[in-house]
Structures are given as structure tokens and as C-alpha cells.
Design a protein around this ligand. Sequence first.
Ligand code: NDP
Length: 434
Amino acid sequence: LRRNPNEPEFHQAVDEVLSCLGRVIAKHPDYADHALIERICEPERQIIFRIPWVDEQGQVHINRGFRVQFNSALGPFKGGMRFHPSVNVGIIKFLGFEQTFKNALTGMPIGGGKGGSDFDPKGRSELEIMRFCQSMMTELHRHIGEYTDVPAGDIGVGKREIGYMFGQYKRLANRYEAGVLTGKGLSYGGSRARTEATGYGTVWFTDSMLRTRGTSLDGKTVVVSGSGNVAIYAIEKAQELGAKVIACSDSAGYVVDENGLDLDLVKELKEVRRDRISEYDRLKGDGVYYVAGGSIWDVPCDIALPCATQNELNGKDAKTLIRNGVIAVAEGANMPATPDAVNAFHKADVLFAPGKAANAGGVATSALEMQQNASRDSWSFDKTADRLETIMRNIHDDCAETAATYGEQGNYVVGANIAGFVRVAEAMRALGVV
Ligand code: NDP
């Protein structure tokens, strides 16, 4: 705490992992040798920089850019860039720390990192977004590379922003290094199924959990928070597997459609028009209502998929969900459930999937994008999605088996933290004290 003041999200993430490690250290005390635990909690490198840019009125703005290169024992640093006014070093550190274990769980050769800026893209013009991305990359380009650190998207950063960043990187580096960024557009080295990957993966993980209780998504009522990249494709896959998804949200409020959400309309609003989710109510009318503010977790459902942001589902929300009969919760977002909420789900025997396992599909497909770039290849949608489904089902089984091995059957938090930690720790031990 003294070393990392004012970083509550980072403390929360570290606390969760460390609270699971006692069982491993008891079995393998050598994992704690050579200050390995202290080293794993300390980023290898943190970069903070100025991002000046000029708006449409000619006014200069200064934002702050971050890249936290957390752990490269398993491969180049890898993790998204977030553009949101709430971004600060503590948030990026928590995300980078989580990313290290998540990436390990995928079984792919990627280390953990994260970055972003306190820039708010809402209401900014196309040109302003481009100028901002270019200014960010003007500094960031010296710290990244195919073999060093490979950023991707996150909140506020999608294909459009990745395109502008890639264009600026290419110009500054004077080389076409496709593998330096992932989440690229298909026309310049992107991977099929990357856009869908995180949401689809979260639902496959949920389906695997449900199978352990002899059930499935078919006929279940689902609530998904957020209406961004992860939320939209979680809705799509849940609907494909027979669920009725009745609610989604954005930071202003949530919409409920008792007939099941019209996903084409959600996509039109969020991906094309970049509009608010309240517009869904206005355009759709019958059987639909919109609640400004409030908690989407008040809507009764069988399965809850928080896909917006950290700490969006608290202990009180968890109790409401439990009272309403929820049977499974999977984190599409990073750390959306508070520790209180997670405890409540465990106590009530609700299946609970932590983000570092359930939302690993995005980064796993990013690693597949890197493979395609390295071999100058481009796979079909089905081939990529099939590989992703296999990876997600393997992560599920890995977490379930690890939890059982350590006497915590059905506890995916323990399973994910231990399985991820062991992989990173083994590599760190092999590399010596570095
Ligand atoms: P997007 O920017 O596409 O969408 C984010 C959504 O969450 C929007 O609907 C946004 O609403 C809402 N949201 C953001 N901040 C808040 C807030 N403070 N309160 C309520 N709602 C909020 O981001 P993604 O879908 O890419 O990311 C969502 C989550 O998933 C994040 O936690 C991210 O770290 C995680 N994740 C993303 C991956 C990816 O591949 N994209 C991979 C793994 C994890 P509004 O538009 O009003 O801001």
C-alpha cells in the first residue's frame, strides 16, 4: 500500500490473486523463493507521457498517456489501450496485472501489459480522434514492437482507433510491421473473428460452466451490461445458443426489451451511429422500457454477463440477482464484480467466472492474429472461431481441474488465479532473477 498509494483497483486485483496463492505456496514453497511474488506484483516498466493535440476550434488539449509493461516472462507484453476519462496509472496497473495471468491462461506465448489515456472520445469528431491517435503513437511507437509490446483495443478503442495508430506507427517506424498491433481491420492484417472474440468467448465459457450442472443457455433469460464490443458479441452468441437476452446498457442507463433484444438495432445504434442506448426505446416502442441511471442488475434473469467496466456489480446487486434466481455470472469485462459480490455468489453456489478466464477470448484471438501476421496468412472465420472455442473450453477445464486439485471444486476464481500464476511463475523461475 505504501509503495502504490491511491491505486485501489490495483490493490483489489493483487489482493484477489494473492488470497488464492496460499494453497500453492503450501504445496510448492519454492514458488516463493527469490522474491518471486514481489517481482510478479511489480511492473517491469511503466511509461507515462504527454499527448498534446489540437481540436476543431484550434484549441490545444493535453492528455496523459500510459503504457504499463507488466510481465514479459511468457512473451512480448500484450494488452489493450483504453481511452476513457477515468484512466489513471492505478487502473492501467490493475488491468496489466490481470492481463498477465489471463494471457498465461490462454496457453499462448504472450506476456501482460496494458495502456491508455484519460482522453474522452465521446463527442469528438473523426479528425479529432485521428489527431489524438497520431499524437499518442508519436510517443508510444518507441516503446512497442512485434517482439516487445503489442497493444490492442479496449474501452473507447476499436478498429477505427487501431487503424489510425497503426498508420502513424508505420510512418514513424518506416516498416510494415503488421504484428505490432492487434484488433486491426481485415483490409490491413486483422484477423477474422477478433471483433466477436471476447463476447463469444465469454458465452462459450458460460456454456461450459452450465454443462457442469447439466444445463445450457437454451431458453435462459440473460442480462448483459454495456453495449460496446464485448457486450454486443456476448448478446449475439447467447442468442445463437438459444438464450433470450432482455437487457443491455451504457453509462447513462439501461434498456429492457421483454421480447428479446433486437441485436441489429443495438449494432446500428452503437457501431454505426455511435449513439446512446436510450435511442433503442425511442425507436422500438412496444414492450420496451428505458431506465436512466439505476442498476441493470435489478432486472430478473437466469444469467448475468457484466460486460461494461470494473466494479459495476456490487454486493447489493449480487444479492438482488441471487434473490431473483440467477444461476450463473460470467465477467465479460475486467473485474466488474466487487469482492463483496463475488463472495455472495460463491456463498449462494452461483456459478461465477472471473474475467481473467471468461474474457480471455479477445487476447487469445489477438495471439492468433499475431500468428497469421507472422506467417503472412489470413484464416477463415470458421477456422479462427473454432480455435477460439477450443481455447475457451480448455481454459474452462483448466480452471475447473486446478480448483479441484486444490480442494476448491467449482471455484473458478481460485482455479484461474492458481493456473495462471503457476504458468507465469514457472517461466519466471527459469529466467532467473530478472
Ligand atoms: P467499449 O468501449 O466497446 O464498450 C464499453 C461499454 O461499457 C459501453 O457500453 C460503455 O458505455 C460502458 N461503460 C464504460 N464505462 C462505464 C462506466 N463507468 N459505467 C457504466 N458503463 C460503462 O469497450 P469494450 O466492450 O471493449 O470493453 C468492455 C469491458 O471488457 C472492459 O472492462 C474491457 O477492459 C473488457 N475487455 C475487453 C476486451 C476486448 O476485446 N474489447 C477484451 C477483454 C476484456 P458508454 O458508451 O456510455 O461509455
